[in-house]
Design a binder for this molecule. Structure first.
Ligand code: MN
Length: 251
């Protein structure tokens, strides 16, 4: 069994080290992670400059690019063997609801999924790495459970898992959830830099708008481990007939 481990917080992040340690003994491990923190870079690939791959003293490979770059390079020539599973994280903070669209943690896992490989993104609900060991034990348990099924279940799948920052995380109830929704982001933050130019910081994410029972937000708020199976199809299937009528079918 080969496991490719990536993240978006960078190759020096405690969450990556914890996830690698959690995977020890489960198979052949390869780690390919961004050189810098690349949170919020979504599925972007670096196409306007070449990328370098360096090896850290602990054996981790690091790339001066995005999380998707890391997994893409790993799967298209940097690694000699194709992994059976791609895992990403453990992220410093939640990736729930609409945030998953911006998440580099989810994107790294999604890159594996797009290459036909089962993949899991792990995040801690709160920032700051509190109880990271417990999150890592939770991740290991999940990975141990899916490993035997990898050869039986054809086709890739993608899980987005958010783990409460608690020392009893491995024993918390687990809920299979759908993504909730957020309100629009808070307003941009405007400042003046030392050269007198106006600069802008993207505002914080909005509060949860759809956080009812069954959502990832609700599960996390109840102190549960949220497990959301994701797919990649942005098509609005229900709207196809309407647009067909309005824009295609002649009057
Ligand atoms: Mn991150």
């Amino acid at each position: 069994m080969r496991i490719l481990i990536a993240n978006d917080d960078g190759y020096l992040a405690p969450g990556l080290a914890a996830l690698v340690k959690a995977c020890e003994g489960l198979g052949e491990l390869d780690v390919v992670a961004p050189e810098q923190n690349a949170s919020g870079t979504s599925n972007s690939l670096t196409l306007n400059r070449p990328l370098t791959v360096h090896t850290a003293s602990n054996g981790f490979l690091y790339v001066n690019g995005t999380p998707s770059d890391c997994v893409h390079l790993a799967l298209t020539g940097v690694l000699p063997n194709r992994p059976d599973l791609v895992v990403s994280g453990i992220n410093n903070g939640a990736n729930m609801g609409d945030d998953t669209l911006y998440s580099g943690t989810v994107a790294a896992a999604m890159e594996g999924y797009l290459f036909g490989i089962p993949a899991i993104a792990f995040s801690q609900v709160d920032k700051g790495w509190q109880h990271l060991d417990a999150a890592a034990r939770t991740a290991r348990d999940v990975i141990e459970r899916v490993l035997p099924s990898l050869r039986e279940r054809p086709g890739p799948w993608l899980l987005n898992i958010n783990i409460p920052n608690r020392d009893d995380a491995p024993r918390l109830p687990r809920v299979v959830t759908r993504l909730g929704r957020r309100h629009a982001s808070e307003p941009v933050i405007r400042q003046v830099n030392p050269r007198g130019e106006t600069i802008y910081w993207i505002g914080p994410a909005g509060s949860a708008r759809e956080a009812g029972e069954g959502t990832d937000f609700f599960a996390a708020s109840q102190g549960r481990v949220s497990i959301t199976p994701l797919q990649v199809d942005l098509t609005d299937h229900a709207a196809l007939p309407d647009w067909q009528r309005l824009l295609v079918t002649s009057a």
